[in-house]
Design a protein around this ligand. Sequence first.
Ligand code: ADP
Length: 847
Amino acid sequence: LILNSVPTSPEMVVAGTSNRHIVSLIVADGFIAFFCILGLVHIMQKAGLPIGFDERAGEVICTEVFDPTLGSFFSSGDVLISIDGISLRKMEDVEFLLDGRRVGESVMFEVEGSSGRRTFSVSLRSFYGVEYLVTATIVGGLFLLVGFIVFAFRPDDSAAKIFHWGSAAAAVMMLATWGRYNIEPAGLGLTLRALFFLAHGFVAVLFFHFTLIFPRMKWPAVRKLVPVFYALGAVLTIWPTVTFVQAATSMSMDIFHDFLTAFFTARWSLVVFGFASLASMVHSYVVAREEAERRKLRWILWGLLVGFPPYVVLWVIPQIVLKHGLVPEEIVMVMSGLIPMAFGVSILKYRVMDIDLIINRSLVYGLVMIAALSVYAGIVGLATVFVMTWTAAESFVVSAFAAVVVALLFDPVRSRIQRFVDKRFFRVRYDFREAQRRLVDEIKGSLDIRHLAGLVVQRVDELFSPERVGFFRTANGHRRLHLVAHRHFDMLEVHSVRFDPKNLEVDFRLPVALRDRVEPAAAIDVGDESVFRRWGMVLVLGMMSEDRDILGILVLGNKRSGTRYSVEDLDLLRTVTTQAGLAIERITLQQKLILEHEETKRLEELNRLKSYFVSGVSHDLKTPLTSIKVFAEMLRSSKKTSPRRLREYLQIIEGESDRLTRLINNVLDFSRIERGAMEYRFADVRLNELVRSIMRTMTYQITMQGFKVRTHLAKKELPIHADADAVAEALINILSNAIKYSAEKKPVTVSTFRRDGFAGVRIDDKGIGIPQEELEKIFDAFYRARGEKAQQAGGLGLGLALVKHIVESHGGRIDVESTPGKGSSFTLLFPMRRGYDGSGSEGQSQT
Ligand code: ADP
């Protein structure tokens, strides 16, 4: 997100445009306008008949007589045979022949009707009515003007250029026709006709081309064909032009018919490209990813929908098929006048004027009108029923009464709906103080950031009705922004945005905005237009900590009403963001306190464990010490002890001392691990040998308690790289557990094996087992299974934690399987020494 302070706006672009561009544009469009005016003059001179006619089965038939004084000459149903001796076959023939004349001239008609064949002279009247001329002038002028403005404001935009030419072509088509009436002065007249065919041949191709590059380039394969389309346009210009010039100079009906073929071919191509353009626009709309693109296209689509299909359906197609339009040409023209305006807005000002808003608003107002009118009609209808039976005076009273009722009814309904519409889209007036007070209170009360963001977004949306609003929070050491709450910022919902306050040329002390979207008096920093437009934003406000760190930003789009943000709006928004900044700081602080509180709780827990540990240790030390003391006293006090007894007592003392040592070792090692001071001295170790030596040292404990331990050692030695003392300590811990948690004297099995490059030791017992839900926890320090039997056996809960640490420090793993009441099986796996880690064989019995 790069915001900088280079102000750019359409106005600036114009100011910076070279005068050459404007001059050549004025010359070109002036030239076209000149010919359009000439075309208009020619149209005015176009002569027409005072009758309507149609073509049926190769004959031209009179269908209607406009001028009643001509009733003696024509009657409907008569066949028009010839004009000035040239016989007629097609409707256009009449037009072509009359084109040579001026208004007021007389021509000789030959007509055949029920009263036989007659020949008479009729004076010609003007072909087009005043309405047509006025509409054509306005709409044609509009096309020309919009094309000019768009190109003038966007000289470097090729879409604007193409639109300009397309629009000019449309203007020419409207203001000139192909008629050969008064092609004098010959040069100018013919140039005008050529220009008309040029416009006719290219207009739709130009628009199709336009759709391929606006709002963004698409369909490269089709774009490659554009020269071909233009070539086609050229052919469909030259062909009708040449045949027309030939027909006009020779007055030959046959060549004229060739011309008609050429012209209607061109017209079909116009229809085809026209629909292709429409389809292409719809496609662009469907695939458009950005809201801005969609809005541009919505303008055009509405324009085209209103302007183009009526032209084709009501005029072009009926012209080809029925030989006359379905509605007066003026209506079609007025509708098509919307096209250039829609394009113009789309290219230049789509942001300022919101199509949805305009359509919505007029729709709602229209509905209100209809509703009000029906109420009115109902009341008047009711009134008339009574009026039938009343006198004039009474009926006057009733009408007046009805008028008052209507006025009363109409006004509240209208203003209520209007208020609704305005509230929904034109939320410009609000009680500033009230809104500010309420919002600040709410912000102060919010307890987490998500809630705060949601609140701010909702309130801002209600107050300003912007097209979109987003509440972003800085993260990652203020380097990224991510969206916390929003309206219509869906495009940013998933990603975060890179954001480096150091690169910014603004410090967010002031709101950053697009100059033309806020009131001129407002104090702002100006944002980078292209970035702002890309994300559809017009206003950005920072949310700062007290030390002016950027904690988040609030981003707003245009107001849906299309109005600018006022100084008052900005004031309110700044209050909101200042408060939100403070709230973010407060909430973060609170969360930190909560964390600290949790930390304290953790420490308390640790303390508790410590005292538990101390009492556990003293208990566990006491038992072996007691027996050592007892047996030592027995040795001292009894005078004569048999050698067998003597050995037995000494063995007990030795065994208990071992137990004490182990216990103390566990505690010491555990504290080393906790301090991170545990060190391992790795060397080459043979696992089988290690197990054997452990079994030897454990013999006392095992036999003392009457246990039988069986060993199954792997056939081949299992070389590992390990700290022999540590591994021994681990195995002794597991083995002592197996005995400790066996309750009765049950067999314990120790086996070694090799599997998948690991050397393994498994110790199986048939003891009390461990419940499934505790299996994971037994490796935690100080954890002791909750079962009664497990609790009876003393212990500190350190052994397995230690084992786990040892095994994992060796790059190995410990697994446990256990069924309560049936026994447990612990497997320790150590990686084989390099060079020995190929697959090997299972163990062999060696009791
Ligand atoms: P301690 O034995 O000192 O309690 P350990 O860390 O060695 O601590 O073991 C943790 C818990 O795991 C023991 O309290 C016990 O409940 C359970 N446990 C360990 N080994 C066995 C076993 N072989 N059979 C049943 N339970 C066992």
